[in-house]
Design a binder for this molecule. Sequence first.
Ligand code: HEC
Ligand code: HEC
Length: 348
Amino acid sequence: MKLSKITLAVLGASLAAGLGVTAYAASGQSGGAEQPYQGLTALGYPAPQEGQLVHVPPTMADLEEADIHPELKKVIRRGYELFTDTQQLRGKNVFNDMNCSSCHLGEGRQPFSAPIWPAAITLPGFRGKNQHVNNLEERIAGCFAYSMNGTPPEYGSDDMLALSAYHQWLATGAPMYPDQPIYGRGFPAPPEPELEPDYARGEEVYQAQCTICHQDDGAGHYEDGEYVFPALWGDGSNNWGAGIVRTHTAAGFIKNNMPLGQPNSLSDQQAWDVAYYMVSQERPQDPRYTGDVDETLELFGPTFHRNSRYGEVREHDDHRLADHANTGEKDFLKPWNVGMPRFEELSE
Ligand code: HEC
Ligand code: HEC
């Protein structure tokens, strides 16, 4: 069976229909009359709980109807285009095969697929990964540096403004700094499996359920030079500093979103096993690399790599993961935003 863009479009459409995401709930608080996301439970997702913030972001169709300045509409449209076709920045800001929407499905709106609008209502905020207060631009810049193996557009540039406008517009009507937990945020990990995640079992799941789209070697699939399925590892994928290399995040992404069109079809055990298999493969170096894996681990283990396999020895072939200086397609290690000092002069 050969999967084409058309198959993909059909899968996407049936998924969107299942989500029941049609209404533009300006401020869909839990318990509201319109019961947003009711289609999700049929797809194995939990229903919204009492006390959670439930927000249904507007769609691009809503944008055309929205009563906002046409100049702002243009900028939001540009942000949407950059988010779903980030490859247009390839060689400039992006040095792998990804679009933002490769991981943030449903154009960044889909619950349990790390919808992006929560960043717009929770930032500025302290971020454990870089140990200082980040704003929305810096959060977006983080996904460029790690997930796109690239270097972000400058703060305040047209592309950065367009991307942040798209994030903020998706949050239309949601409260700033909410005190409730946000329904469907992030890639929540499935419960700890009964058995320790296992490489060989993960490989079996991968062969049976994933290779048709992502290929044996994890490199994904191109047709007529155009990206169809993204790379899960190797030079075309995210680098070792990306959030999705943490086993629990990978398991959460996969359980909730893969195989495409069949969310929640893997058992929790299968999701952990195949995630473990995926995060045991090589990819471009973490831009925070100091030139030495042990030293890098010492610095970034506590805030990040304690949840990844960075520097671990792979059981079946004794390969030490991430012990290399390969930066993938880019010819630099550290993009301008990584390690940038912030607020050093402030006292308590
Ligand atoms: C390789 C997968 C991947 C790609 C590609 C990717 N991201 Fe992310 N993104 C993540 C992960 C993982 C998280 C963290 C989710 C979590 O906290 O569980 C995240 C989180 C975010 C958040 C914060 C969401 C929140 O709840 O606060 C924003 C905003 C974001 N990404 C924007 C982007 C943008 C913009 C791009 C493209 C430039 C992008 N991402 C590309 C994986 C990815
Ligand atoms: C029917 C095709 C298909 C199948 C089968 C499939 N995927 Fe995907 N996968 C996709 C597509 C397409 C995307 C990107 C989403 C987009 O661009 O809309 C994706 C994205 C991903 C990503 C995030 C982006 C990246 O490159 O890292 C991961 C991780 C992933 N898939 C893992 C898996 C795993 C593990 C399996 C098997 C359990 C699997 N996929 C099965 C089509 C598929």
